[in-house]
Design a protein around this ligand. Sequence first.
Ligand code: ADP
Length: 623
Amino acid sequence: MRRLRLSEFGYVAALAACSVVAIVAGWTAPASQLDNDVYDFLFRLTARPVGDAEAVVLAIDEPTLVALGGMRRLRSIVAQGLERAAPARPKAVVVDLILADAGEPAEDARLEAALSRTNNLVLACNLVEGNWEDPLARFARQARAIGHVHADPDPLDSVTRRIPLEKATRAERRWALALEAFRLARGGGPVLESPEGVEVAGTFIPARRTGEASRSMLVRYFARPEQARASMPLVSILELERGRAALDELRGKVVFVGLTAQSAPGDRHATPHGGGRQLPGVEIHASAYETMARGEFLRPVRDSVVLLSCLGIAAAAGLTFAFVSGWVAYLFGALLLVAVHLAPAALFRAGLVFPYAAPLATAWLTVAGAATYQHFVVRRLLRKSEAARSRYQQAIHFVTHEMRTPLTAIQGSSELMGRYALSEDKRRQLAQMINAESKRLARMIQTFLDVERLSEGQMELKREPFAVATIIESCLERVRPLAERKRIALCQGEIADAELVGDQELMEYAVYNLLNNAVKYSPPETEITISAQRDNQRLRLSVKDQGIGMDEAELKNIFRKFYRTKRAEASGEAGTGIGLAIVEQVVSHHGGRIEVTSKPGAGSCFTLVLPVAVPAREAKSRR
Ligand code: ADP
């Protein structure tokens, strides 16, 4: 298998970090609230009026209360409503009132009688402090089922988007009012259960059982047309009292009897309709019933699917910016963002509730992260290649500059030979000079190529022993003409009789460079001293001058390629700033280091500290 390169690993790690942050952020309270708000927005965007519904609300509204005696006569009002509705033969009747306490005896008797004549009656119960608050036995006896009235308001914003289909005390479990009504309206068969939901007469109702939360079902509320009093069809008991037309609206329907009057206490809930409007509980139950009756359920997508989608989004962003570059990558990134923005809306239309915050945060963070990373990688590569290009340019410049001296000598000598009749001696001298200079030229080219390959890490260093004295000798020889021109004395300090192991040519290049610099950056009539002292297994080869020197800040930079001090520039000496960089490479390839001391105006001392070769006999005698 191919090993992951460091930059690739960094890329993957950066994207993984972005995804983790986004996913974790997606599960925080603010993100959940955003999901809620988007849900409500999408609900309002897609909600349609209920049209011809199966459920109808038989409302105890404000005018009914005013006309028929107010809250004190509530049971009579309900009884009256049931009596009036009976001729419409509703499929089922749900009374959304808790009839747990005994009321006025005559009223209770009238209600009991009305309930007894009601087909498929569902009465309401309420969970209070862990116990069921059930209808009085005289009422309960008349009912085919008893369902709970609880809503499931969101813990963050108290909006009722779902109702729990089941609620249980330790002893007894009750189905929701709407579910019981649905069961009775569909023939009264059993409610079949599975982990993912319940099934009633062939209709599967998605309501997953998740720990404590008890089979929550998202209610598909309906839009409320301009003139309508509610989002569900609504008939008031007073209207029923006054006309036959209202009775027709109840014919064959499932009737939800309940309080809708604003002045009635409690039982109003915020819903995705928003706008500060609260829906009476009875309308919520009717909406829940209609959701089941139409089978138009909203299914929340599982957390594991959301997580996988987030990882998919992160992978898409990562791959896009890894394999595509430039504007095409940005285009793909933008398309991904657009898709992630629109997906929840498209899925909502298909009845799937997909969260918004986590995928969106993942998309934004990973697209931005991947784009930024690649931007910097590209920039770094660009910088690298530019640096390499300019290094080559400078190096070529350097070599051509250095080549000029031997070339001039060769040109001059050959011209002399061609133009004048020279003595045999002179001819031989010039021929020798041409030969020596062309060899030097060849060596120079070889050195340049070697150093280039060395810095690219492509070259294996030669490993042969050579005497320090030899290279010092030949370097002094080479630099002497330059020194003489400036009347600079070349002195030799102690030269140890030591051998080094490595590439003689390269080491010579390094020492020559130090000497050449010393001459270049020293004023005339000064002194340069070269010495090579042994210090245990190390050799300290120093070149000391009395030249222009350098300050602390400059010293830190002189080994950088193409760096030249201002002082050096001002001295008028030609240079490229590459020599010391090469010297450092050569020395470090020989297992050594460079020490420099210098003071502006007082001279510099460059010392190469190199490991000494241990001659075989010395190694033996030491053993
Ligand atoms: P070059 O001499 O071609 O500019 P080098 O890499 O050999 O490049 O040296 C880098 C810089 O270090 C020089 O430009 C100069 O500023 C400084 N330098 C090197 N040697 C000396 C020296 N002996 N005295 C003062 N400055 C020096």
